[in-house]
Design a protein around this ligand. Structure first.
Ligand code: 3PG
Length: 306
């Protein structure tokens, strides 16, 4: 049995050591394809893999055609919008994710960007504090819950909107429920996005919603760039000189921001919310354990395809 770790953005070395430990203890061989530069490299590496661990790497029909022995792919992370689930099912491949394993790292990045922006990029000019500010968590899942915990530590007033989570669940985390996204955006000086990218959420955050935000508001996106309607975002930035956008990964319209909106945004060049040693170990080891368990016992917990 061969388990392949194929990551265009490599795990921390300590995570690989532990993934290797789990895999080899089960009697399987671990192969690594890290920092690959072309699809051709990936297609050749998967040719004899029985199990596959990826991050945001695209698992396409073409890859599945090339991976003749593949039985399971685990996305070491939460969002599985990079997996072609229908193609996995058609190729008889079980697809899984590892929910919750990298959530704290993503939540911390949201605050790291907020603090950097609130203090004017550490340039020495007078900034603002997070205490007593309102923060709205849009989608109250694993990351949203860590954001709430950290926000409360900063003394922020915490709100959330999530149509799938009850008010009592939110209240047990010290969070006040909003009944609509409109209410959330109207109330909050900071809004932090934590929904997956799917047909319902793509381009769902746009001009109409964002213009409800109060004076000096900050939109924080550690979810996916695809959930933003960028045309609407640019229109809002043209009209409102007080709004800031902090995003873990550059939007497609980055050139417009560079040209027109200097000082009002932070964009990471590579998605790095989950890029900590701890998150890499948690998600990578969970992925390896899920594969071993699947091969040894048939356990399909965390399966995301039908
Ligand atoms: C996730 O969905 O788990 C995060 O976006 C992390 O993605 P990454 O593994 O590519 O860093």
């Amino acid at each position: 049995m061969k388990i392949l770790v194929a990551t265009e953005k490599a795990f921390a070395p300590a995570a690989i050591t532990q993934i290797r430990g789990v895999t080899e203890a089960a009697g399987y061989k671990l192969a690594l394809l890290e920092n690959y530069k072309s699809t051709a490299e990936l297609l050749s590496a998967v040719a004899d893999a029985d199990g596959l661990i990826v991050r945001s790497d695209l698992v396409t029909s073409e890859l599945l055609d090339a991976a003749k022995n593949l039985q399971i792919v685990v996305r070491a992370g939460a969002g599985y919008d990079n997996l072609d689930l229908a193609a996995c099912t058609a190729h008889n491949v079980v697809a899984m994710n590892t929910p919750g394993q990298n959530s704290n790292a993503v939540a911390e990045l949201a605050f790291e960007m907020m603090l950097f922006q609130a203090r004017g990029g550490f340039t020495g000019k007078s900034g603002t504090e997070l205490r007593a500010k309102t923060i709205g968590i849009h989608a109250f899942g694993n990351v949203g819950r860590y954001v709430a915990e950290i926000a409360r530590g900063f003394g922020m007033e915490v709100y959330a909107f999530d149509p799938f989570v009850s008010g009592s669940d939110m209240a047990s985390h010290g969070v006040q429920q909003c009944n609509s996204s409109e209410e959330l955006y109207s109330k909050c000086q900071y809004v932090s996005l934590h929904m997956p990218a799917n047909d319902k959420t793509k381009k769902s955050i746009g001009y109409k919603l964002l213009k409800l935000m109060p004076e000096g508001a900050v939109l924080v996106n550690t979810a996916r760039k695809e959930v933003i309607d960028e045309e609407g975002l640019v229109k809002l930035f043209d009209e409102r000189r007080d709004i800031c956008y902090l995003s873990d990964i550059e939007p497609d319209c980055k050139a417009i921001f560079d040209e027109k909106f200097k000082g009002r945004f932070i964009f990471t060049a590579k998605k790095m919310g989950a890029q900590t040693e701890e998150a890499n170990i948690n998600a990578g080891v969970a992925a390896a354990r899920q594969i071993v368990d699947f091969f040894k016992t048939g356990n399909q917990k965390y399966k995301v395809n039908l």
